[in-house]
Write a new protein. Structure first.
Length: 507
């Protein structure tokens, strides 16, 4: 069976090399060549994930596929990589999403094609690096590095208000990370190392833990994004090109949850336990209040963006409910279910929400006005029945219909929450009603009824790369919805390790 000791480095730097190659070969003057290079690199990266999955030992809690090379000797900064089950799932999701974005961009992007492909390849490499880094400074470099291509994608290929949205996105996410960097430096002073695993062994005072918690919180909450630091996301989604919206929804929002799992909970467990009530309250506000905000949206992209905030509230709820679950129950099985449900919610949301963003972009590209307003569409199913059928599947996943990916994570979080607080479970379950309201309202207005606009009546149905993308996404939605066991099997040991580092702090 194939194995390469630098497999993680290949997954990180192969897309970066592809991006540089596209720029150096004048990709903008040779758009077909740029598309081919980007497509080959994306397919190659996804194929490299196969040995990564097959060689991974799901029973081990240790980091696997490790690489460690001294990078900056004066400060003992290492180029150190490794993955656990959570990292593995997110790296596969990153490379799967990257392939879909490249395929979608090959059809929809007509100007500066080479720069577009290079930006998204660079972004793919940086995000893979975030999930693979085990050195804190290396993690921070990748964390900040991915902002640049996303900023460029919004600013260069976005809609009319793209400059405002791109600057707002960059400032929110960059400024939120400054305190995280200070916290990492403090942890380095205490351990003499930037190895994230060494941070787990620290025994910090309650006040220091709270400071570090809030330093991490600002960085990760902005990325999720949690209420009230969520306002950059609707603007970014609305103005970004379809590929940018997909990456934001499918990957970038998950980085905040990943940060809580990798840093906050294992490093400052006492602070997380003490402040879990605040985190639960913020998660419930996101689930209910942001769901209500989504109902009144008239722009399809904004509606799905607010929907994403509400669904990510489930992920943060699943993470921080574990403390109350352990306090109120004698076993840890429900805590496992809550944390695993949070991770599954991250993955399943990527398929449903990413597919819906692709669909909205596809509709806007076919309309001469490029409008995303719900009122400008009606009867799309009459001219695009195949597309309408696929979109309905993804909308049902967004609603949380049993048998689709969106149902699994939410069910696990709600079931585990019932064991600790019945009223919290009831409040969180309101998302099923709210999601049904705003999603089905949008689908009804856009796809059904008599076609009044001749341009909509003349739209051609999906084909080629568009159809391939939707088939792949549909397989993902149904596979996770009907048989999530392969994902849970990979996650179980890693989730248990995080629980073992976090739960002893609970009295």
């Amino acid at each position: 069976m194939f194995f390469h000791p630098a497999l993680l480095s290949l997954l990180i730097w192969l897309p970066v090399l592809g991006a540089v190659t596209i720029i150096l070969t004048g990709g903008d003057h040779h758009p077909t060549l740029a598309r081919v290079i980007a497509g080959v690199i994306s397919v190659a990266n996804l194929l490299l994930c196969i040995p990564l999955y097959l060689q991974f030992d799901p029973q081990s809690v240790l980091m696997q596929f490790t690489e460690d090379h001294l990078w900056i000797s004066a400060y003992q900064i290492h180029y150190a990589l490794g993955i656990d089950g959570i990292s593995l799932a997110m790296i596969i999701l990153t490379n799967f999403t990257g392939l879909l974005v490249i395929f979608a961009g090959s059809h929809s992007i007509k100007v500066r094609v080479g720069q577009y492909m290079a930006a998204f390849l660079m972004m793919q490499g940086m995000m893979t690096g975030v999930f693979a880094a085990t050195d804190a400074i290396l993690f921070y470099v990748f964390w900040e590095g991915m902002l640049i291509p996303m900023y460029l994608s919004i600013g260069m290929w976005g809609s009319s208000n793209r400059n405002y949205a791109s600057i707002k996105f960059f400032l929110y996410t960059f400024l939120g990370s400054i305190l995280m960097f200070i916290a990492l430096l403090y942890l380095h002073i205490q351990t003499g190392s930037f190895d994230i695993g060494h941070f787990y062994q620290l025994h910090l005072s309650p006040n220091i833990q709270k400071f570090i918690f809030f330093a991490f919180f600002l960085a990760f909450a902005v990325k999720v994004p949690m209420w009230p630091v969520h306002t950059w996301l609707p603007d970014a989604h609305t103005e970004a090109p379809s590929g940018g919206s997909v990456v934001l929804a499918a990957l970038m929002l998950k980085l905040g949850i990943y940060g809580f799992l990798r840093f906050s909970m294992p490093i400052v467990p006492d602070a997380c336990a003490h402040l879990s009530g605040m985190m639960i309250a913020l998660s419930l506000i996101a689930i209910v209040y942001i769901g209500l905000v989504a109902i009144v949206q008239t722009d399809m992209k904004k509606l799905i963006a607010y929907s994403s905030i509400a669904h990510m509230g489930f992920a943060t709820l699943g993470c921080f409910m574990i403390y109350d679950i352990v306090r109120h129950t004698s076993g840890s099985q429900d805590a496992y279910m809550s944390l695993e449900g949070a991770v599954v919610q991250m993955i399943s949301h990527a398929f449903g929400s990413g597919a819906m963003f692709l669909g909205v972009g596809l509709l806007a590209d076919r309309l001469s006005s490029h409008s995303r307003n719900i009122q400008d569409y009606r009867g799309v199913a009459n001219s695009m029945p195949i597309f309408a059928a696929f979109f309905m599947l993804f909308a049902m996943s967004n609603v949380g219909l049993p048998g689709t990916a969106g149902f699994v994570g939410e069910l696990m979080v709600i079931m585990s929450a019932v064991q600790a607080h019945f009223y919290i479970a009831c409040i969180s379950a309101l998302t099923l009603i709210l999601a049904s309201a705003y999603t089905l309202w949008m689908v009804k207005r856009v796809f059904f009824g008599m076609t009044l606009n001749r341009e909509i009546g003349a739209m051609c149905d999906i084909h080629g790369y568009e159809l391939i993308n939707y088939v792949l996404l549909a397989i993902g939605v149904l596979f996770i919805g009907l048989y999530p066991e392969p994902i849970l099997h990979v996650l179980h040991a890693s989730v248990g390790h995080i629980l073992s580092l976090s739960i002893p702090a609970v009295s």
